[in-house]
Design a protein around this ligand. Structure first.
Ligand SMILES: Nc1nc2c(ncn2[C@@H]2O[C@H](COP(=O)(O)OP(=O)(O)OP(=O)(O)O)[C@@H](O)[C@H]2O)c(=O)[nH]1
Length: 720
């Protein structure tokens, strides 16, 4: 009989799990929480009392139609000219909202709309005429994503205040520029008897669009993907290593275990994939990037320590991601181990052991001596069975990046977790914002492979750049398409980043000129007296560099004001202040809007600096920024490497690229760079607060126990 977990059902009908649990209980269906399993019969029982809409949304039921009709037609208010294009047209001519004009036009063209500019011109007149007469409401309006109150009013040919009043009637207080969600748009439009249709925004660069759909017949069982989380020092790494040591069999075939960010083991002839980066930081980073790579979470809790703050954080992350949790009570070999206490403490977080009437699986393990590891793996397989994890191995591969780095010899190297399809050597592929052709693949035991099916991690080479953990990948049928999509995505990512971080500023002026993005530099000039304004203006306008024009868009006498900053922000201008300063508000706004405000006392300096910036001659200014401190707790001498400082990060973090100074009794005895940063045996890029690490300093071996190492970076600072 088909079965599913309560939370899965709740998700499928878009209801909170706890409401579904309450309904089930009200119907005397025995469930304890969102993890309980329910079958079809129980679902049917539950749905008898549900409103029809919910039933419609059930999986396997009719898909909810995108178009929603008003509950009752309001014939009297329907227009005669009632096709959808009218509305698009209305929006396109749309008076003040120039920016929107193009979008609407584009959208309608995409959908094969046939009203060209000429026709728009005509209907513009009609629209004006109509506005003077009583405006006619459209029969249907369309929107993409959301609409502001003012936009909705315009579409409905109503006044903004009418819409605001209606919203107030619904208990929503909104201003005219506030964005309305789909439900609010529908409620208001239906109230006027107008149909609403949500336009699908087609994104050519969204790789999910190109994924092949799965035929249910092609689906085959796949290995579960497991992440291990828990509090610091509770034994995550030891457990991962223990499972690997006892269970990896492929080494016999001549491979050597490789840390590629994930590995597979075999139990009872079935495979389990472990993501090798313990801790919820990696899990959350992946999730934040939209990756749903984990099927099961192992929550490690040390039996001698009990539930600690990061245990709670970890379980909350797993719950938020709706990933089933198995509790591994670790260090049970220790004398002071108290597994019962762990169970007791976890009941407070709704993780109740089966023995106590709950449905959370608890397994006692000892990561050091291997005790309980078999049982843990069996339980993983049991949960995997309940979850009915399946994938289609016979399509073009798709999945998630587990980790990636630039290897000196091999170029960009990425560990990919195949989630659907089969990845093959030679496949054209898009990975995040990078693309390429899979040149070589290596398994977690260091063997060269030519194929990797669902749930398999493989390290691939052949990409044109280094993607990020959590990025999605997809194989394309032809290389040209992969290149086109990959390049498009890279450009978009670059643009998005630029929009976010940089407006035009003197420091990157030259780059932007070089990239052909700037042909005119917009300046706002504020000075103490009108004479200075004119003098500065005259001199700046005379600067002649490589066909770039200086364009003074505003001048004024007096302090740099907030409105100057807003103008600069809107027109991407730099503000030049001569013998004046910005007020507090202006300063704050400039910071939040990323507007470059330059203050000068000598005209010559202003001209010289702007000219230098245009020619790319402005030297960047750097400032030291301390990023963390570590305490040296032990030292090890290793021949050929030197002295390794076994350290503990006491605040901030330490990174491989940072500079380091060694302080002994408050005196700086070394200032240089870090040669090597390790966690256990692995090279790492950074180590955070409260973690241990091994540090080797470049050309310095006299580090001693009790020394403090201060890590710092040199940061470029905007000039003022
Ligand atoms: N006695 C005993 N000690 C264990 C067991 N598992 C781990 N340890 C020890 O506990 C300490 C911490 O283990 P790790 O595996 O580094 O813990 P972790 O959770 O990965 O720690 P972080 O990476 O710092 O978050 C080490 O000294 C391990 O040897 C166990 O089952 N029994």
């Amino acid at each position: 009989m088909p079965k599913m977990r309560v939370y899965e059902y709740a998700r499928s009908v878009n209801r909170p799990s706890k409401d579904v649990v309450a309904d089930l209980k009200a119907k005397n269906i025995a469930v304890s929480n969102h993890m309980s399993v329910i079958d079809d019969e129980q679902i049917a029982q539950l749905e008898q009392a549900q409103p029809a809409k919910k039933q419609e949304e059930r999986p396997g039921g009719n898909r909810q139609t995108k178009q929603s009709k008003p509950k009752q037609g309001n014939e009297a208010s329907r227009p005669q000219n009632n096709n959808q294009k009218t509305n698009q047209g209305n929006k396109a001519q749309g008076n003040k909202q120039r920016g929107k004009k193009n979008n609407a036009q584009q959208r309608s063209q995409q959908r094969g709309g046939n009203h060209g500019p000429g026709r728009r011109g005509k209907s513009n007149k009609n629209q004006k005429r109509r506005t003077k007469e009583a405006p006619k409401m459209p029969e249907k309006i369309t929107f993409a994503g959301s609409l502001t109150v003012a936009e909705l009013a315009e579409k409905l040919t109503k006044s903004t205040s009418e819409i605001i009043k209606k919203l107030m009637g619904l208990g929503v207080m909104a201003t005219k520029n506030e964005e309305l969600d789909k439900t609010s748009i529908e409620l208001i439009a239906h109230d006027f008897g107008v149909e609403v249709e949500e336009e699908e925004v087609i994104d050519e660069l969204d790789i999910e669009r190109y994924e092949e759909a799965d035929d249910p017949e092609d689906l085959q069982e796949r290995a579960p993907v497991v992440t291990i989380m828990g509090h610091v020092d509770h034994g995550k790494t030891t457990l991962l290593d223990g499972i690997r040591k006892t269970k990896v069999t492929d080494t016999e075939a001549g491979g050597i275990t490789q840390h590629i960010g994930a590995y597979q083991v075999e139990e009872d002839g079935k495979r389990v994939t472990f993501l090798d980066t313990p801790g919820h930081a990696a899990f959350t980073t992946m999730r934040a990037r939209g990756a749903q790579a984990t099927d099961i979470t192992i929550l490690v809790v040390a039996a001698d320590d009990g539930v600690m703050p990061q245990t709670v954080e970890a379980l909350n992350h797993a719950k938020a991601a709706e990933v089933p949790i198995i509790v591994a009570v670790n260090k049970t070999d220790k004398e002071n181990a108290n597994p019962d206490r762990v169970m007791q403490e976890l009941t407070e977080y709704e993780l109740v052991p089966e023995a106590w009437g709950g449905d959370t699986i608890f397994v006692n393990v000892s990561a050091v001596n291997g005790g309980g590891i078999d049982e843990l793996l069996e339980m993983i397989l049991l949960v995997a069975e309940i979850e009915e994890l399946k994938a289609n191995p016979s399509k073009r591969a798709q999945g998630t990046v587990v980790e990636a780095e630039l290897d000196r010899g091999r170029g960009p190297v990425a560990t990919l977790l195949v989630q659907g399809g089969t990845l093959k050597v030679g496949d054209p592929i898009v990975v995040g914002y990078t693309y390429g052709r899979v040149r070589a693949m290596m398994s977690d035991v260091g063997l060269r492979v030519t194929e990797a099916g669902p749930s398999t991690p493989v390290e691939v080479t052949g990409l044109n750049g280094v993607p990020q953990a959590g990025d999605q990948f997809l194989v394309f049928a032809d290389e040209k398409k992969a290149k086109q999509i990959g390049e498009g995505r890279a450009i978009r990512a670059k643009e998005a980043q630029r929009k976010q971080t940089s407006r035009v500023s003197l420091d990157d002026l030259y780059n932007q000129i070089q990239e052909g993005e700037i042909k005119e530099i917009n300046l706002i000039i504020k000075a103490d007296v009108q004479g200075s304004v004119e003098a500065v203006r005259g001199s700046l306008e005379k600067i002649d560099v490589a066909g770039v024009k200086v364009n003074v868009i505003h001048t004024g006498v007096g302090a740099v004001t907030e409105s100057d900053v807003i103008l600069a922000s809107a027109s991407n201008a730099i503000i030049i202040g001569f013998n004046v300063r910005p007020g507090t508000n202006a300063k704050q706004t400039a910071e939040s809007e990323n507007v470059d405000v330059r203050l000068y006392r000598v005209i010559y300096n202003a001209i010289e600096e702007i000219e230098a910036a245009m020619k790319g001659l402005l030297d960047p200014e750097y400032e030291e920024k301390v990023i963390g401190h570590v305490e040296v707790r032990q030292t090890f001498k290793v021949s050929r490497i030197g002295t390794i400082a076994g350290s503990y990060v006491t605040d901030g973090k330490i990174t491989r690229n940072a500079n380091a100074r060694v302080m002994r009794d408050g005196v700086v005895i070394y200032d240089g760079t870090i040669a090597d940063l390790k966690r256990f045996k692995d090279d790492v890029r950074e180590v955070s607060n409260n973690y241990e690490c091994g540090i080797t300093l470049a050309k310095f071996n006299d580090v001693q126990e009790g020394d403090t190492i201060e890590a710092y970076v040199m940061e470029e600072v905007p000039r003022t």
